[in-house]
Design a protein around this ligand. Structure first.
Ligand code: FES
Length: 579
């Protein structure tokens, strides 16, 4: 008896065991090998997701590692959730991917899984699925893409694009120049290379203890990433034999370490929704207050675009995530277990920051804080602001609202020369939340009106129930909860209403009389469901608000519910039975 989960499939001397072993034999696995750990390799490769295009090579390296360590590799696909081509937004499909991963892990005889993830949502989606299945798991991320070069300058994947787009809209760049930019922007496989969502989450996965130390910052194109794949495969075999479940690594302390790391990185605001959702799968209640508390004690040390200057691969040259974690060790709980079998403290022994940039010393941070939480009459359940990428002079601001009903309204009017906006105006976008978007697209960094760009305005206060790309910047109040499509106060804002933002005090107020706001909310028209069938109807009916991580309500365990059995029904015994 091996004690392996897969033994339930492959061990018995009956019709089921015979059939199950015969499947392995089709792949050339000898019958006597059936007692070895079956390690899944979850590969979300797709021609449609350029950030994941190198996953076949990574999967091969994982396969080598599994075989070397005495396991049986079994690669399987998961829906590839790509940031750029998937509409209305990949976020709408994060939960679908997590369900795909969870049900594959539950239904098949895996003893452990190696999760390969790169493009933004593929990271939280796979972890969420694995957490719900609660099998031994390890993640290898895809690594940052090589930077392109444009007019002699090194390009970040998206941050520089947003800046050049504003230049184009202001008439300061030609179409030919934009064509050259397009040809230069994404020269290699790998995820966005600034501190966008993918880089932030890759680093956070290390901090959670779910990937090999120092692995996240290795560039996508380096052979070292394939060597890491071998190591992950081999480690997954050990995890299977040890029976180390993901829930023993993803503890509350690990999540607090992850939030601390997100803050020290000046990381993506998307990290907030994804960490809340992931923790929720394990029955760990993370709230916006947790983020506010940890943000207040954690300065930004990583000098990375869009907050600073460098790219994710530069962090690698400075010692990688272990060096950053060593620098903030006093803010972490290093007694937590990691996927290597060692504690975080053991993993950080010897980790060292190389130079004072791009990882700043704790005593000389880049910025005082990364992500702030604001609440008030406009966002009763909270909203967030990426403080590290906002303009200090706008963090306390009062200005008149200019409301855009939805993204189409914004696209139609934002560059109208007669748009009634000044630098003091607060741009408001509604119907861009989890239900309204749908999928809470990354529309939260509303463009500065072209007429104001030409006047030299580079930032304005913007308020929405949308998310913002981790690669974007500006004084954008995001994730307003509840969203307008769910009857939140954002739906009641009218042009000219004063809006007050005070990041230090944590306030976001619609400065109109309380009774007036209540009366407007009472008379809001009802919102009929947009979808009648299929996944989109399921999504619309069950998605939670941003402050709860936008997971589906039915995917979170009920408080106090017993752990689910990790064996599916349908494994029969004896010599009677079908497939
Ligand atoms: Fe895939 Fe940015 S578009 S990581």
């Amino acid at each position: 008896m091996t004690g392996l989960r897969s033994e339930r499939w492959f061990g018995p001397s009956d019709i089921s065991g015979l059939l199950h072993r015969s499947v392995l034999r089709t792949s050339g696995v000898a019958g006597e090998s059936a007692g070895r750990p079956l390690v899944g390799i979850c590969n979300c490769w797709s021609d449609l997701v350029n950030c994941n295009l190198h996953f076949r090579a990574i999967a091969e390296s994982v396969r080598r590692g599994v075989l070397t360590a005495g396991g049986i590799p079994a690669e399987f696909p998961a829906i590839s959730v790509g940031e750029t081509l998937m509409k209305p937004t990949s976020m709408m499909y994060r939960n679908l991917m997590s369900m795909d991963v969870e049900e594959s892990l539950r239904a098949y005889p895996f003893d452990a899984v190696v999760l390969i993830a790169s493009c933004d949502k593929t990271i939280p989606a796979q972890l969420m699925g694995a957490a719900s299945a609660d099998l031994p798991a390890i993640m290898i991320t895809g690594g940052p893409a090589e930077p392109g070069r444009y007019k002699g300058k090194r390009l970040s994947t998206a941050t520089d694009l947003w800046r050049y787009a504003d230049e184009f809209r202001a008439g300061r760049m030609s179409e030919d120049e934009m064509s050259e930019l397009e040809a230069s922007l994404q020269p290699s496989v790998g995820h966005c290379n600034e501190m966008g969502t993918a880089s932030s989450l890759s680093a956070v996965v290390e901090a959670l203890g779910m990937s090999l130390p120092g692995s996240s910052t290795v560039p996508a194109t380096h052979g070292r990433r394939l060597a890491l794949g071998e190591l992950c495969g081999a480690r997954a075999v050990e995890l299977a034999r040890e029976g180390t479940r993901i829930s023993s690594i993803l503890t509350r302390a690990a999540f607090e370490n992850a939030i601390t790391t997100l803050m020290a990185l000046g990381g993506s605001t998307n990290g907030v929704v994804h960490l809340i959702a992931l923790a929720g799968r394990l029955g760990i209640e993370l709230t916006l207050d947790d983020f506010a508390r940890i943000s207040a004690r954690t300065p930004v040390l990583a000098n990375m675009k869009p907050t600073g200057e460098h790219l994710f691969q530069d962090l690698h040259d400075a010692g990688g995530v272990p060096a950053l974690l060593a620098e903030i060790e006093s803010l972490l709980d290093t007694s937590v277990l990691t996927v290597t079998g060692a504690t975080l403290a053991e993993e950080l022994a010897g980790a060292e920051r190389i130079g004072d940039d791009p990882i700043r010393p704790l005593g000389n941070p880049l910025k005082p804080a990364a992500i702030g939480v604001v609440r008030g009459s406009l966002a009763p359940r909270g909203a967030i602001v990426k403080l590290s990428a906002a303009s200090p002079e706008l963090m306390r601001h009062r200005g008149p609202a200019l409301v855009f009903e939805d993204i189409s309204d914004l696209a139609a009017r934002i560059d109208d020369p007669d748009l009634p906006a000044t630098a003091d105006t607060v741009l408001v976008l509604r119907n861009a939340g989890p239900i309204g978007g749908p999928g809470m697209p990354e529309w939260g960094a509303l463009p500065i009106p072209a007429k104001l760009i030409r006047e030299g305005v580079t930032d304005m206060v913007r308020v929405s129930d949308a998310r913002m790309s981790g690669t974007a910047f500006g004084t954008a109040v995001l994730h307003v909860s509840p969203e307008s499509a769910a009857g939140g106060p954002l739906a009641a804002v009218q042009n000219g209403d004063p809006i007050v933002l005070d990041c230090e005090a944590g306030l976001l107020e619609l400065d109109i009389p309380e009774a007036e706001l209540a009366s407007r909310l009472e008379t809001l028209p009802g919102r009929p469901a947009r979808y009648e069938r299929g996944y989109r109807a399921l999504y619309e009916a069950h998605v939670l608000q941003a402050d709860q991580g936008c997971d589906f309500d039915f995917l979170r365990p009920s408080p106090g519910a017993p752990a689910e059995d990790d064996l599916p029904t349908g494994i029969l015994e004896g010599w009677i039975g079908g497939w």
